[in-house]
Design a protein around this ligand. Structure first.
Ligand SMILES: Cc1cc2nc3c(=O)[nH]c(=O)nc-3n(C[C@H](O)[C@H](O)[C@H](O)COP(=O)(O)OP(=O)(O)OC[C@H]3O[C@@H](n4cnc5c(N)ncnc54)[C@H](O)[C@@H]3O)c2cc1C
Length: 366
């Protein structure tokens, strides 16, 4: 059995051939991760000693240069012998996920086929700004949706884009949803707001990727109203801009908040109250931020956009630990699979081993 030594973790972990991330999860280590399938980069770490067998990963998420520098995705690699590894992010115990009933208390139709749902869970639920929940309606499969609300809210707000033939998103678009029951499972995910960073925040939202960004920037501004934040809303067309009035109100309220809509397929001079740019959001980022070294970058939305932004951000000197992504993978089964596997492993681990105590520093929220 190979041993995995994790920096800042008191005891070595035993690996029986599974991935590094699976070993962490089975041992109750709060190693950061999200999709568990190589799409998001949340579980990126640095190999300090030893060798791993590494499956392929998207270049935008783990570049060849990073690989050469010793960076790995814990979900895509297994040790070849004893290894020592460091997480890039803090080892933080996140609020526990739980599954409970909830009810739809508000439903709104927006432009761009977006439905905004507010769900009141039976018990208030603790979450970090930018996390996501699994929602399950009726006998449909459960799907992941990022929360737009601020921590502490009684209602959970979700922005759901209706996709063609989409089971859950199609259900969310029904006319008679008020009062309907939904199963709410969460919170999940590591794309949450890092409170201990005081540099500028760059938030990039592709489509309904706006939901977690609203939660993140809302929480950051609630803590410090003079926070420097630039939010880019990335979409194809004018008709996709579905939250303009609310964003405009935020810009009026907070002097250091900037919002730009980057529309990749629209033609100038369509205009709205918020500034428009007629280009891909990666271009907007390059032009506005020649150097991202002091920034934290949060990105949510379609996986290809997330990957493209991650690749550009690296060119602009963003440190890997300052990138926090939430790709809305359409291979959702991966995410669900990952969650289910994780749950089964956690359950098994509870029976196999006594729980590992978190070191003091790791139990404190930063
Ligand atoms: C961590 C995470 C957070 C997410 N947060 C949000 C969110 O806040 N808002 C939101 O609108 N979505 C979000 N998603 C996507 C969401 O989970 C579902 O994938 C999406 O709503 C489609 O589910 P469905 O049941 O309606 O479609 P399905 O019945 O699963 O699929 C129907 C068809 O649509 C295609 N399809 C599935 N998903 C997508 C997609 N995202 N884009 C385009 N085509 C698709 C499928 O390939 C299939 O052909 C998130 C996904 C993840 C992994």
């Amino acid at each position: 059995m190979a041993k995995i030594e994790l920096q800042d973790w008191p005891a070595p972990l035993e690996n029986g051939g599974e991935t590094v991330l699976e070993t962490m999860i089975a041992n109750g280590v709060p190693f950061p991760y999200s999709c568990a399938s190589g799409d998001c980069g949340a579980c990126k770490g640095r190999l300090l000693c030893g060798e791993v067998a590494h499956d392929s990963a998207p270049e935008g998420i783990l570049s060849a240069a990073e690989r050469a520098d010793g960076y790995v995705l814990a979900c895509r690699c297994a040790p070849k012998g004893d290894i020592r590894i460091a997480a890039l992010d803090e080892l933080v115990a996140l609020p526990p996920a739980r599954r409970q009933r909830g009810w739809v208390v508000a439903q709104q139709r927006r432009r761009g086929d977006v439905i905004v749902l507010q769900i009141r869970p039976q018990q208030p639920v603790e979450f970090l700004a930018g996390q996501f929940f699994y929602l399950k309606f009726d006998n449909l499969p459960q799907r992941a949706y990022s929360v737009a609300s601020l921590p502490g809210s009684e209602e959970l707000e979700f922005h759901i884009r209706v996709v063609p033939d989409g089971k859950t998103s199609g259900y969310a678009a029904r006319d008679d949803l008020l009062g309907s029951e939904a199963m709410v499972d969460g919170p999940h995910g590591h794309g949450y707001w890092r409170q201990n960073h005081d540099g500028p925040i760059v938030a990039i939202a592709g489509g309904t990727g706006l939901a977690p960004m609203l939660s993140i920037i809302g929480a950051a501004l609630r803590e410090d109203a003079r926070r420097h934040i630039h939010l880019y809303y990335a979409a194809r067309e004018e008709a996709d801009v579905y939250w303009e009035a609310e964003l405009q109100a935020l810009v009026r309220q907070y002097p250091n908040l900037q919002v730009t809509c980057s529309l990749s397929r629209a033609q100038a001079p369509a205009q709205g109250p918020l500034p428009r740019r007629y280009e891909r959001v990666t271009e907007s980022l390059r032009q506005d931020w020649p150097d991202l070294a002091d920034a934290k970058l949060y990105v949510a939305g379609p996986p290809r956009m997330v990957e493209a932004v991650a690749a550009v951000a690296r060119e602009l000197s963003l440190a890997p630990r300052d990138l926090h992504t939430d790709p809305f993978s359409d291979s959702v089964d991966h995410a669900l699979d990952g969650a289910l596997r994780t749950w089964v492993r956690r359950w098994l681990a509870r029976w196999r081993r006594p729980p590992v105590a978190l070191p003091q520093a790791a139990t404190q929220e930063s």
